[in-house]
Design a binder for this molecule. Structure first.
Ligand SMILES: [Zn+2]
Ligand SMILES: [Zn+2]
Length: 387
């Protein structure tokens, strides 16, 4: 029996928790009801320790194995929803206007709670497992806040494991890869300052729109001509603001966009080249440029050995043919990257079937994925901390 039988027969409970969480979404760090729900369940299951308020509003449940000697590993779920108005029409749809669990973090919490209940009852492992429920994955770097608040040291965590549901991947399948699995996402902004003039007398000014148009094109050479063709980088200029009247060449243009990359080297390269190209293009047009570059979440990098271990656990739970251990990376970002920078571990995708995409108002976590995700967590602990 690949699924954990006690998980498979109690899916209805876990789905009920998921739907309760779905109905009461909260945003970023402001999670009073969600954190209380999670902490209440962890205490009711009999966790040896339940810590709240870590990284502002994070929750950690600690379960000791049958034998206390051994390593401590962490399993992580995220708790926050999104500022989106739900359009699923489900009976358990959001009761809070303008907030919605559109990324499936309700499912992530419920599956980890389902695993926690089973692990509290059976404790068929040595050492300890820390169940980490983090705030603010959606842009607030809640994982980093928990790390900075001493998460790893306080519980002696030696390895970390994460999971995200993935629409488009069939329910019952798990996909992962060693190395980079999700991208770093950075933002840049360039202001070009030229000199205003009458549209009929361009020679008396320095046109920032012409310089900006050249810059939009030139920035594409970073992906096309600077980054190793076997590496991946996507740079998109997504905003270009300038001008105010049809017959006046303005004095300023502002451009901004995002850079997504899969290695620290190409991330560094992109930051350097955007600066050099912007200054060079501006100067060639008799203008000047100021450039700001902001790094957001880093690349999510799976440890090769841990990824192989997680693929074996996934194969045990889902069946060998249902695991893709060499999946392509996603160019979106994930703040579990900070945990993987702090400790070795691996992040996997759990199939959510043919649902609407993540962050879509029509998206819903598929409860049919619960037995696979929760069983994966249980078996991972029992294999990693086996007797
Ligand atoms: Zn999301
Ligand atoms: Zn998410």
């Amino acid at each position: 029996m690949p699924l954990v039988p006690e998980i498979a027969t109690r899916v209805a409970d876990i789905a009920a928790w998921r739907q309760a969480l779905h109905a009461m979404p909260e945003i970023l760090y402001d999670l009073p009801d969600t954190a209380a729900f999670v902490a209440g369940k962890l205490r009711a299951f009999g966790c040896d320790e339940v810590v709240t308020g870590l990284g502002r509003t994070g929750v950690v449940g600690l379960i000791e194995g049958r034998a206390g000697d051994g390593r401590t590993i962490a399993l992580r779920a995220d708790m926050d929803a999104l500022p989106i108005t739900e359009e699923t029409g489900r009976p358990y749809a959001s009761t809070r206007s303008g907030m919605m669990h559109a990324c499936g973090h309700d499912g992530h919490m419920a599956m980890l709670l389902g695993a926690a209940r089973h692990l509290c009852e059976t404790r068929a492992f040595r050492g300890r497992v820390a169940l980490v429920f983090q705030p603010a994955e959606e842009g607030g770097a809640g994982a980093l806040a928990m790390i900075e608040d001493g998460l790893m040291e306080r519980f002696g965590i030696e390895a970390v494991y994460g999971m995200h549901n993935l629409p488009g991947l069939a329910v019952g399948r798990i996909a992962l890869r060693p190395g980079p699995i999700m991208a770093a996402t950075d933002e840049f902004e360039v202001t070009i300052r030229g000199r205003a003039s009458h549209a009929a007398l361009p020679h008396e000014g320095a046109d920032p729109i012409l310089a900006g148009a050249a810059l939009v094109q030139a920035l594409q050479q970073i992906a096309a001509r600077n980054v190793d063709p076997l590496d991946s980088l996507v740079l998109s200029v997504t905003r270009f603001h300038s001008g105010f009247a049809r017959n006046i060449i303005p004095d300023e243009a502002q451009l901004s966009g995002t850079v997504r990359s899969l290695t620290a080297a190409s991330q560094d390269l992109a930051e350097r080249r955007i600066g050099a190209i912007a200054h060079g293009i501006a100067s060639a047009h008799g203008a000047t440029a100021t450039v700001s570059y902001k790094r957001n979440y880093p690349v999510t990098v799976n440890d090769a050995r841990e990824a192989a271990f997680c693929a074996a656990v996934a194969a045990e739970v889902c069946g060998k043919t249902e695991v893709d251990a060499a999946a392509p990376p996603l160019m979106a970002a994930e703040d579990f990257s900070y945990m993987l920078e702090a400790r070795p571990g691996a992040f996997v995708f759990l199939g959510n079937g043919a649902t609407a995409g993540l962050h879509n108002p029509g998206y819903d976590f598929d409860d049919a994925a619960i037995p696979f995700g929760a069983s994966y967590w249980v078996r991972l602990v029992e294999r990693a901390l086996g007797p």
